[in-house]
Design a binder for this molecule. Sequence first.
Ligand SMILES: NC(=O)c1ccc[n+]([C@@H]2O[C@H](COP(=O)([O-])OP(=O)(O)OC[C@H]3O[C@@H](n4cnc5c(N)ncnc54)[C@H](O)[C@@H]3O)[C@@H](O)[C@H]2O)c1
Length: 269
Amino acid sequence: MEREAGAGVSDPLFDLAGRVAVVTGGAGQLGRVFVEGLVARGMRVASFDVASGGAPEGASEYEVDITDRAAVESALAAVVGELGAPHLLVNNAGLDSPPDAPAVEVGPFEDVPEAAFDSVMDVNVKGALLCCQTVGAAMARAGRGSIVNISSVYGMLSPVQDLYEFRRARGETYVKPVAYSVSKGALLNLTRYLATYWAKDGVRVNTLTFAGVWNDQDGEFLEAFAARSPMGRMLDENEALGALVFLASDASSYVTGSNLVVDGGWSAW
Ligand SMILES: NC(=O)c1ccc[n+]([C@@H]2O[C@H](COP(=O)([O-])OP(=O)(O)OC[C@H]3O[C@@H](n4cnc5c(N)ncnc54)[C@H](O)[C@@H]3O)[C@@H](O)[C@H]2O)c1
């Protein structure tokens, strides 16, 4: 059949139609963009989130705490029954302290409470690990799949503490907490470990690293961020999708163990 002039060409390299995805944290800022974008490409998408009611239309929503292995296992069983065995796992759920985080979360390094460190590590690292052990293992049994671990430039590099100077200038304390950096750094090697572990089972595992995402932050923070960024701005949430589609699809069939960095040049200087 001939296409009409100007009609979009569907590219088999990037074709995701009919495949099944699990996106953790699908009710959050980036999670919604991922879920919506994958649904729009014909995927059957399940969101695993502790928050309910936030997943975009067209997705199946499961209220799951990813730090609870039994809860993840039972949600996976429901996904397999309802949608089929997953082809894609996006480990996107995470805890972070944004620039407007309450003072108790962002005190000096020396005083970081163990409980605060543990809760971030629990979700960002153990949660991703448990989803790999369950959803990833189901993909390995099926002999195909892609896992995308969402990390941050703060997992590759130290946070630039100067960006938060505006809080200190107001007499407040703000130190970007260490747990976020440590947890996001851990994902880089969880990726490499599993990429080699599952390479022959057809499951590819990659990290997708982002710089800060625009979310109507304080003007002084945005100014400081722009001054540090080669592109002079934060990531627009819609710019996060393209790299995910690449890593999810057959376009990246020989890409495993890698870290795709979407940071407007942040790590280039
Ligand atoms: N926003 C940024 O600037 C930025 C930059 C780089 C990387 N990232 C990463 O992108 C990912 C998404 O970030 P975001 O900004 O959309 O965050 P967000 O806070 O908007 O969304 C995170 C989601 O995870 C869910 N969640 C938290 N704990 C959970 C648990 N135990 N079980 C299940 N779900 C849980 C939350 O309910 C929320 O819906 C995170 O991994 C984050 O570290 C974000």
